[in-house]
Design a protein around this ligand. Sequence first.
Ligand code: GLC
Length: 434
Amino acid sequence: MPKLPEPTVGDTSWFVHDRFGLFIHWGIYALPARHEWVKNREKMRDEDYQKYFDHFYPDLYDPTVWAKEAKNAGMKYFVVTTKHHDGFCLWDSALTDYKATNTPWGKDLLKPMVEAFRNEGFKVGFYHSLIDWHHPEFPIDGLHPMRDDVEFRERENQRRDIRKYAAYLHGQARELLTQFGKIDIMWYDFSYSQADWGWSKGKGKDDWQSEQLLAMTRELQPGIIVNDRLEVGGDIKTPEQYQPRGWLTVDGKPVVWEACQTFSGSWGYYRDEYTWKSTEMLIQMLIDGVSKGGNLLLNVGPNGRGELDPRAVERLRGIGEWMRLHSRSIYGCTASDFTPPPDCRYTQSQDGKRLYLHLFAWPFRHVHLDGLAGKVEYAQLLNDASEIKFYVIPPGQQAQNTTMGGMGADTLTLELPIVKPPVAVPVVELFLKS
Ligand code: GLC
């Protein structure tokens, strides 16, 4: 039987089954269209950044379209930025004026999104920034857009009180956790208490009052999954922009984890970013994660008119095409204890009965599976349910002309078609003997 991760406080039973979610980074940074950290990167003052607030008008916004694209891609849950580091809020918060309802658009963006995704059967997750570069009580540190204005920051930091900001943070979290029905995931981002700029330090659990925030989150939404960026533990580990080499562990034990990844390097809409991953690479990343016991949260950055980037849509549809035929090797699957051959990944159904061999490179005629001789009852290509023959080559057999040499007694050889099946990543489904 495949390994299980360490138990969690939040309910991760659905999460480790569903495996694939949509991340959405959306806010007024879609207008500059050059990264969600643009205010920081370009050291903009509030006045400089205000033009994006004043011109925000996503007239083509239709979250039903987003939800349908995500569903077609095979995603089962979504996580949206209710507020990012720039402080802009997508919902009609009673605690700030800095929100969608006060832009020219004038309407709440979050309610209709939650509704649209729920209608398509999605679980609901909120990303909420712990950092806030707009709030007047958020002390200016080395990450803040105003960090280099020494006179300003010294004056302001004498006045600013992180405890007042923490009250705002908790108040907004309470709104999010009480006004939108059942919330399945709370994704707080992020802590950086280890940072030290000499004149300022990074912020972390003491600043956010993380213990209380976590307790309130669990109390308001029993069963909710909380990520690991509050510096007080949490239910899931969240590697970002890299694929872990193996199952993520804490104190040597496998834990529930989710990689968050972008299509193109930026989370927010970035018009001139060209390092877009191929559909094939993205499918391989999804498989790779599940083969190591993890999930994939794949991000879109909708544009200022409220549409998904056509480059993202193209890839989502490509992933959907693959998922239509292969989702059986993803949903309800996890890492296998068997070691796959080179260029391959195994996933295994959580009940241990089926093993899925994903071939990232298509070999000529044969693939050899160590440890599987005598264990397979039937094998087929998953895309068309066509039989794959298998046999054990006698260990002592000498290689000669057209005869293969023997391998280990436990090695099972599969006979593959010469022509790679017409799918991005072919999968062989192995029914294991019970
Ligand atoms: C980072 C970034 C951020 C992004 C997030 C997604 O921590 O600050 O822009 O929202 O990762 O995981």
